[in-house]
Write a protein that binds this ligand. Structure first.
Ligand SMILES: CC(C)(COP(=O)(O)OP(=O)(O)OC[C@H]1O[C@@H](n2cnc3c(N)ncnc32)[C@H](O)[C@@H]1OP(=O)(O)O)[C@@H](O)C(=O)NCCC(=O)NCCS
Length: 237
């Protein structure tokens, strides 16, 4: 079967930062985070103690944003909570599930590169698919669809724990919705991921019923509920 052990999906940020994305990571002690402009996600080892949280404070700085993604461990009580968001992790269940059959030829999809970043930032700003920054496209392949030269839909690869690739930044401009662009882009990315013997997965907020319906129609199944959390590192007096 294509892809790897799903256990790595319980720490997708840490597994990516210590593996495929090590060239985009910075660390201090046992804490790791992405380089500025790539992503804000940080990771600490499983069941972290005071030393690991202190490592993360030293890494990020005092009073700084600590985006813990779906980390189940809660920092010490003097860390300020910035956001809590309930969501789900979805996986493509494997061969025979149908999704990665999309042919890319003739569909108007293009691979996006550094010259497309302004358009990608604009589209992400208008549609709010989740965090997207000037260097986020360095995490993987991003595909887009243009309408009269303007980028109106995109999707790309983000976290990359061993054997898996996360599909992210799935968004379509409001005026171009309902044309099947998101379905086409997600299918094309999933097909590429499966072709290199990995499996696609993704994350979505529970309130995003339109996106959940789209992913389920493409064959994705919910693996587990997740809670996304962000904090502010403490300032010592
Ligand atoms: C979710 C989202 C990416 C869907 O994009 P899209 O290109 O419209 O999606 P598709 O056309 O491929 O298909 C979506 C489904 O919803 C329907 N749909 C979506 N928007 C629609 C609209 N404005 N009018 C009519 N139907 C619409 C489509 O018909 C399709 O259903 P169907 O296959 O049963 O007919 C888009 O709504 C979006 O950008 N949302 C904001 C960003 C976001 O939440 N991204 C997901 C993060 S996990």
């Amino acid at each position: 079967m294509a892809g790897g052990n799903a256990v790595v999906l319980d720490d997708p940020v840490g597994a990516s930062l210590r593996g495929h994305h090590a060239h985009l990571a910075r660390g201090r002690g046992r804490a790791v985070t992405y380089l500025p402009g790539v992503a804000t996600f940080s990771a600490v080892p499983a069941e972290p103690g005071a030393a690991e949280w202190a490592d993360l404070t030293r890494l990020l700085g005092q009073g700084e944003f600590a985006d813990m993604f779906d980390c189940p461990s809660i920092p010490p009580s003097h860390w300020e909570s910035v956001f809590v968001l309930e969501g789900r992790q979805m996986i493509w269940p494997g061969p025979g599930s149908g999704v990665p059959s999309q042919a890319e030829a003739g569909t108007g999809m293009v691979e996006l590169g550094p010259d497309d970043v302004p358009g990608m930032l604009d589209l992400a700003g208008r549609t709010q698919p989740g965090p997207f920054w000037a260097r986020t496209l360095e995490l993987g392949t991003y595909l887009g669809i243009r309408d009269n030269g303007t980028l109106v839909a995109m999707a790309g690869e983000r976290l990359r724990p061993p054997g898996w690739t996360e599909i992210s930044a799935v968004c379509t401009a409001p005026e171009a919705r309902g044309r099947g662009y998101a379905a086409r882009l997600v299918s094309a990315l999933a097909a590429r991921i499966v072709a290199r013997n990995e499996r696609p997965f993704l994350h979505v907020a529970d309130t995003n019923t339109a996106a959940i319906a789209l992913y389920e129609r493409l064959g994705f199944e919910t693996r587990k509920p997740v809670t996304f959390r962000g904090f502010r590192t403490p300032v010592s007096s």
